[in-house]
Every structure is written in C-alpha cells, then in structure tokens.
Design a protein around this ligand. Structure first.
Ligand code: DX5
Length: 232
C-alpha cells in the first residue's frame, strides 16, 4: 500500500543548528524534507540558496524537495537538482513558460512539480498534469510558517484529485500550509497523499518524533490513500 507521506518543511528550523535539525527529522521518521526557497519578490520573505541545501544533503539520506517560491524559477531549477533535490516545485504563477520550465527540471534529472497559490484554479495546470510527478496545492498564502489552514481549499483538492485520476496520473498530490495532526484528515479525505508540515513538527511541545507519530496516527485512522492498492 502506498502510504501517506509526511514531509517536513525546514522553514521554521533553528538555522544555527540546521544540520542537527535535519538529523532529528530523519530520526523522527519523516518521509522527506522540503526547502522553502523564497526571493523576497514572489513572496515577502527571503530564505535558502542552493548552497545551503547542498550543505544539508550530506547530513541525511532523506529525499529533498525544493519549493521555489521565487520569480522566474527557470533560472535556478538546475541548481537545486545539483544541490541534491529529487523534486523541484515551481509556482505556475511565477514562470511565463511553465511547460518549458518543467522540462528544464526533468532535463536536469529532477522530478518536475508545480504549486498553486490559493487563488489559482487547478484548471490552470490541466495541460501539464501529464508532465509532473507532484502537484502542490497551497493551503496558506505562501511566505511564512505558522499560518492557519485555509479550509476553502478542500474543494480544490478534490478537483485536483479527480483531474489526476481521470488522467490516470500517478503524480502525488501534496498540500502545504497549516497542516497539523488535528486537521490533516481533511485534506487526506479530499484526496491529498503528501503532507507538508513545518511548525506542526518543528514547534511541537513534545518534540519532532511525537509530532510525526500524531500525524501518522491521524492518517492511519483513514485507511488507504485514494487510488492505491494493498501492494506495498
Ligand atoms: C509557506 C510555507 C509553509 C511551510 C509550512 O510559504 O510553505 O507552509 O512550508 O509551514 P506550516 O506547517 O507552519 O504552515
């Protein structure tokens, strides 16, 4: 059975001990790490260059994904693949030629993925769903961690799941923003199968392992993700 995946965002990590935070996340049992890359233009915040990601690569075995919340991401997608990211996520709103940008990610050896801000309809990327390995539906307005989950995104997640299923796509459907153990069942029931959590894991009062355990328990109660079989 393809189980639900829990991926930790390191946006809210202690940057003075980032390597240790990565090791702790690996020990806590997350399925991957998401690097929230921000340029101060597409979103009002600034974060990690590819060199920071490359430094983290040597510390853990976990899959890395780069969430590029930057204008004209085509300029940098190859850098983040080289830095060690298996998946590179670009925003449909940030690149004029999305199809070509997704091709650049694949050419660099990465898995292409696209993200949608809350106001962007999933229909905007209908014609590239066949070119991606992952579709990210933002459940907050991007730029900062610790925000509240936007429940009005649930119908959009359901539409995205329907579109992927109609296409016969095996792309993963990811949600990011305000995901906690008390609400993760909502996007899961709507059809998401990858869950990004930042503050829900990094700021959990009982630590990262407890946070991940609580997220997994909340998902386990739902049974199998949509479109998956009993095969492992
Ligand atoms: C927003 C970021 C955050 C982060 C997760 O731009 O993408 O959503 O990854 O932060 P939390 O889980 O604290 O909302």
């Amino acid at each position: 059975m393809t189980r639900y995946q829990i991926v930790a965002s390191v946006l809210g990590a202690d940057y003075m001990r980032l390597g240790d935070e990565l090791a702790e996340l690996e020990a806590a049992g997350v399925d991957g790490v998401q690097w929230d890359v921000m340029d101060g233009r597409f979103v009002p915040n600034l974060t990690f260059g590819a060199d920071v990601v490359a430094a983290g690569r040597s510390r853990v075995e976990l899959p890395f994904e780069a969430h590029l919340m930057i204008e004209e991401p085509e300029r940098y997608v190859a850098d983040y693949v080289r830095a060690g990211c298996d998946t590179v996520i670009v925003h449909a709103e940030a690149t004029v030629h999305l199809h070509r940008t997704l091709g650049l990610i694949a050419e660099a050896g990465g898995r292409p993925a696209v993200a949608l801000n809350p106001a962007t309809p999933v229909e905007a990327v209908r014609d590239v769903l066949g070119d991606i390995d992952l579709l990210l539906i933002m459940t907050v307005n991007p730029g900062f961690g610790g925000q509240s989950f936007i429940e009005s995104m649930l119908p959009k997640i359901r539409r995205a799941r329907r579109m992927l299923d109609e296409l016969g796509s095996d792309a993963r459907l990811e949600v990011d923003g305000g995901i906690k153990a008390h609400n993760v069942a909502l996007p899961a029931r709507a059809g998401a199968d990858v869950f990004i959590s930042g503050s829900g894991i990094l700021s959990h009062p009982e630590g990262k392992a407890t946070a991940v355990k609580e997220l997994r328990e909340a998902l386990a109660s739902l049974g199998r993700p949509p479109g998956t079989s009993d095969s492992t």
